[in-house]
Design a protein around this ligand. Structure first.
Ligand code: FES
Ligand SMILES: [Fe+2]
Length: 414
């Protein structure tokens, strides 16, 4: 089904350059409605869940694309299917629990049931009761299946698309992003935990934040104080051709000095703090390449995280123009021993809603959201590292944030 043309954007962009972003994109409800149609229901691939969450035939979990509830299921023949979590009868939410197992799913409202491919298989009282009532002869079950999505599985991650002809998945990722996902997700995964964080800001502010390598070592004092991530460490940013996907990476080197930070009197440059128990920061080079931190995004809402041995996927979901949810799934590998699982869980405290590192990301988007209200005619500035959205071998840049806007503007037609 073609996406609706949700009208023309009324937002004035200062130019075609990627260095200036109108604040109105974070507050305008019409633009938000266009984003749902043109991005989330458009020609994009949206992360849904992990294959390991529906490991067995008959398993299913609930997820979302944009604001739309979705069920992802493994049918009895082992295939993966995704469909809108909405009964075809009167639109009730079909799966009420986060996960389930069975050969079909039955709506609580009037008892219509569906198999795990999304086909309608049963209608309560279809032939009426005592020859009275029931569905007319022209009612055909096959006309009332659930609305199905396209799905693809890559490295244990399942993505879905509302588009009839979604882009080729490998081209959508680009070669460098797909190899950097494969680098982390290189063997069977195990889910260690899950948490959902509600953010008081537009979804784009979080996605920009996670692509923004400039802020990390300045806003997050924990990072620099304990020398996990400084901009003078070796690393870089990869941006795919379309601009929407990125990976930033760091190779930790504790021998570097902090002169750049001290000279600018950045608040994270104090060096008189030490952890009483530094074991949380001890890492094992499990990928064999010395990369201690890799943060990767796939447009419009997936983050794949490797911070030393803390692995996670984060799913970003819009929840109205000024709210979003971030669903964290904390991961390990199926063959981890108990000590490694313990280590990953301990290191998982670095991030998440109350993480030592990332706590600030939970509020900084809200700071923007509060400050742009009422004066949306102005624009934000994105000039760090030049004006384009190319890959760079340094991280004092906003290249990957400009990449986001490149992809966004192409899809939104603005
Ligand atoms: S709404 Fe589901 S059976 Fe009626
Ligand atoms: Fe951050």
């Amino acid at each position: 089904m073609a996406h609706l043309d949700a009208g023309t954007s009324k937002i004035a962009w200062p130019s075609n350059a990627l260095t200036s972003v109108p604040y109105r994109v974070y507050t305008d409800t019409d633009e938000y409605a266009r984003e749902i149609e043109r991005i989330f229901k458009g020609p994009t691939w949206n992360y849904l869940c992990l294959a390991v969450e529906i490991a067995e035939p008959g398993d299913y979990v609930v997820s979302s694309i944009g604001e739309t509830p979705v069920v992802v299921a493994r049918s009895l023949d082992g295939g993966i299917h995704a469909f809108v979590n909405r009964c075809a009868h009167r639109g009730a939410l079909l799966c009420l629990n986060r996960r389930g197992h069975g050969k079909d799913i039955t709506c609580v409202y009037h008892g219509w049931s569906y198999d795990l491919t999304g086909n309608l298989t049963g209608v309560a009282f279809q032939r009426g009761v005592q020859r009275q009532g029931g569905m007319p002869p022209e009612f055909k079950r096959e006309d009332h299946n659930l609305r199905k999505l396209k799905v693809v599985e890559f490295c244990g991650l399942i993505f879905g698309s509302f588009a009839d002809n979604p882009p080729d998945f490998q081209s959508y990722l680009g070669p460098e992003i797909s190899s950097r996902i494969a680098r982390v997700m290189h063997k069977p995964l195990k889910v260690l935990g899950r948490t959902t964080q509600v953010l008081p800001n537009n979804w784009k502010l979080y996605f920009e934040n996670v692509k923004d390598t400039y802020h990390a070592s300045i806003l997050h004092t924990f990072f620099t104080t304990f020398e996990i991530n400084r901009l003078n460490q070796r690393g870089g940013v990869v941006v795919d051709e379309g601009g929407g996907n990125h990976a930033s990476y760091t190779i930790m080197d504790r021998s570097l000095d902090s002169t750049d930070y001290k000279q600018q009197e950045i608040r994270s440059s104090k060096d008189d703090y030490r952890l009483a128990d530094p074991s949380m920061l001890e890492g094992v080079d499990e990928f064999g390449d010395g990369v201690t931190l890799q943060i990767l995004t796939v447009f419009p809402g997936l983050v794949v995280q490797q911070i030393q041995n803390s692995l996670a996927v984060r799913q970003l979901l819009p929840r109205g123009v000024d709210r979003c949810e971030l669903v964290w799934t904390i991961l390990g590998f199926a063959d981890d021993d108990d000590a490694m699982t313990e280590h990953r869980l301990k290191q998982a405290n670095l991030v998440g809603p109350a993480g030592y590192i990332s706590m600030e990301d939970g509020c900084v988007g809200g700071f923007v959201q509060r400050a742009v209200r009422g004066i949306e005619e102005d624009n934000g500035v994105l000039m760090m590292g030049g004006g384009d959205a190319s890959s760079q071998t340094y991280r004092a840049t906003e290249s990957s944030v400009r990449g986001f806007w490149k992809k966004y503007r192409a899809l939104m037609g603005v």
